[in-house]
Write a protein that binds this ligand. Structure first.
Ligand code: PHB
Length: 398
């Protein structure tokens, strides 16, 4: 079969893969994206909702869309509620920054529309994707959504194929760092007005809860739940009544004049907690970006922000790699991206352990130490500043 030619073939058409293709297009470089999922499935998959200011600015600067300005909400702070008592972390006052409530699904919709507008080549709903790095140029074989066998040859291959990446397995001798957590989140969407103007991360004797938002009429909330355990049917929140879920949320966040507004639950989802990094993030003409190379637990909403920070650096390095036909430049991408990756891994891990109730049997010393840390973070400026800086995102490294 005669292969189709493009300069960069990107496995994955989520926000990272599409943003990379968009940026490359603007720099005169051709790319093709492939994704297992049909477009409608990605458009209806709900993910995290908070973007760093530098992430939304990519949407403007690269002329993807300005929709976040009309449909999103800028937040100048966040509330940490400890045992019912609220403490505001004022991002603006502490670090002069903000974040945006603008869901990942909307980022995807904007990027997919931008690719359509620019005549981009995105193949959704493909199957049997197989990457071959053994020849002089990478080749990718797959069956497209119409059932046709396809073969693409490119100068470079990018694995932006998410936490179940097939591309990362093509990096021989890579190191993998992995951590699991003794809890998960149970997420709901519900039809209700906003209970508060900013997000609330609540730590209570009943466990953690997060009150997030979507629109004036649709909200998103999460409850800490034990890991699913067949021996403990109570760990399966899918079987819980709406009343029971609202009762648990209220116990974790209500108090001191605050009362959660409830509504009809329209979606339920279990979110696993894990931390993962694979390094190096490149091998020969293959390079990874986003969740394919690193996954964070959802506390702090770093996943998408980190993926797009990778893409920011990768687009620039890729432009030079294409011009020089030199994969040796990917070492620079690795060097510039990995520092933020580990910093965000640390924050996501740290913020998770700070706010979640540890499982029974945890050393009481550790629990008292966590209380001391909560006190420091909520009441002392240096502690608050770390949260504000990490949550709003660190500036780009050179
Ligand atoms: C969300 O709105 O889905 C969300 C917000 C903040 C997080 C995680 C998820 O830390």
């Amino acid at each position: 079969m005669q292969p189709e030619r493009t300069q960069v073939v990107i496995v994955g058409a989520g926000p990272a893969g599409l943003m990379l293709a968009h940026k490359l297009h603007r720099r005169g470089i051709s790319a093709i994206n492939l994704d297992l999922r049909p477009r409608a499935v990605i458009e209806s998959t709900h993910r995290a909702g908070i973007l760093e200011d530098r992430t939304v600015r990519m949407l403007s600067d690269e002329e993807v869309s300005e929709r976040y300005r009309t449909d999103g909400y800028e937040h100048d702070g966040v509330e940490l509620r400890i045992d019912g008592e609220g403490h505001r972390i004022d991002f603006r006052a502490l670090v002069g920054a903000s974040v945006w409530l603008y869901p990942q699904t909307d980022v995807f919709i904007d990027l997919a529309a931008a690719r359509d507008r620019d005549g981009g080549d995105v193949r959704f709903g493909v199957r049997d994707t197989a990457c071959d790095l053994s020849g002089e140029r990478p080749q990718v074989r797959f069956v497209d959504a119409d059932g046709h066998d396809c073969l693409i040859e490119a100068d470079f291959l990018v694995g932006a194929d998410g936490s179940r990446s097939i591309c990362r397995d093509l990096i021989p001798g890579a190191e993998r760092f992995f951590r699991e957590y003794p809890y998960a989140w149970y997420g709901i969407s519900c039809e209700a007005p906003m209970s508060s103007p900013e997000l609330i991360y609540a730590s209570s004797p009943h466990g953690f809860a997060l009150i997030s938002q979507r629109t004036e009429t649709l909200q998103r909330m999460y409850l800490q739940t034990p890991l699913p355990d067949p021996a403990n049917p109570d760990s399966d929140l899918d079987t819980w009544s709406e009343d029971r879920i609202w009762d648990q949320l209220a116990k974790r966040v209500n108090g001191n004049g605050f009362e959660l507004i409830t509504g009809r639950i329209t979606e339920r989802v279990l979110l696993p907690f894990r931390s993962f990094v694979q390094q190096p993030m490149h091998h020969g003409r293959l390079v990874l970006a986003g969740d394919a190379a690193h996954t964070v637990p959802p506390t702090g909403a770093k996943g998408l922000n980190l993926a797009l920070a990778d893409v920011q650096v990768l687009a620039e390095v890729m432009q030079r790699a294409v011009a020089a036909d030199d994969p040796g430049l990917f070492a620079e991408y690795q060097r510039r991206a990995i520092e933020r990756v580990w910093r965000a891994q640390n924050f996501s891990y740290w913020f998770s352990q700070l706010m979640h109730t540890p499982p029974p049997g945890t050393n009481p010393f550790d629990e008292q130490r966590r209380r001391g840390e909560q006190e420091y973070v909520t009441r002392h400026r240096a502690g608050q500043t770390y949260v504000a800086e990490a949550y709003t995102g660190w500036p780009n490294e050179s």
